[in-house]
Write a protein that binds this ligand. Sequence first.
Ligand SMILES: [Zn+2]
Length: 381
Amino acid sequence: MTELIEIKAIDNHAHSISSDYLRVRAESDFFAFLTESSQPRMKEMAGRSLNAELLKEELCRSFDVSSFEDYMTVRAGSSHEHLHKLFDLASLETLLIDDGFCQGFFELADFASICGPDRRIYRVFRLEALFEEAITGEDTLQGCLTFVREKLSNLSTGAINTVALKSVLAYRGGLSLSDKLPELESFGDPASLPEADYTEFRGELLKSRRIDSSHAPLYLLLLGEAFRFAKGAHLPVQIHCGLGDDDALLEESNPLKLQPFIRALSRLAKLPKLVLLHTYPYVKEAAYLASMYEEIYFDLSLCSFLAAPALSQSIKEALAMAPYEKLLAGSDGHSQPESHFWGMFNYRSGLAEALQGCQAPLREKIAESVLCRNASLLYRI
Ligand SMILES: [Zn+2]
């Protein structure tokens, strides 16, 4: 563990934090990030778990205080220096921020300035929000496709560089695309969708405001457009898999449901690099896909702070099958900076534990690969 702390980590999937994070006083409010539940009772119980108790112990040790109440007092009287200390303790040097989930959070530019000049911040761009904007604003399919192309082509002009795209298909009807294979054969071909169908889907979307699998031909067409762009621009596409909130059914987030899609596009040489995010509890499944298809990468974000006591076992399962060049580090931190800290802290301790049987040079080589080098090469940062 001691040697691993010197490796500066790249967190390949995280979010910004609550704009009032330093004003959180009650334990029950603070620990709400340790559950994905929206039920008030579950949020209140989140602090009473093995995971929360281990986090409390580590925070007290790291900040040299004798009780968690003291930690909360230190925190409340602090400034953004507190976030710097947490991120330094986890050697968290670079963060890829998905700003598509940001209610009550600091805007990306503000979060970057809070993180300071010594930390690198990059943006991950949500595709579904773009698709919805394009369909809402454009009354022809051609206009919609042009809008999507232009927006994607201009992503690199912002102050914060965009290094990946992201799809939340799992939240929009699930990853079961296998029953949509007829559409896959013409994946990304505008001729596959008659203008009248576009008008009909657009009419539905103007009411629901959300694109989902009930608009499968249009959704797949726009994903095809985005994938073509991503492949040409060497931008990886992150895909939500595994655990998340109950807007998605966990079973529909099993990455194996993507295999027909992955296999078909890989054979057609139409598949950009995909990063299967979170993947827990389907870690073995994700590791299998990453061992089969060169385009597939994966991480254990979210699990890294939400199911921390299981992380070393998950890292073992991941590395048991997939090449270590395919596993990435991620926190999926959000709301409180302790989530980013806890996610990356556990990646280090989990790697140290999972690689116990290795000699030090091999342990360091694999840890460096997972914590930093793989993301650096994949996202070209
Ligand atoms: Zn996330």
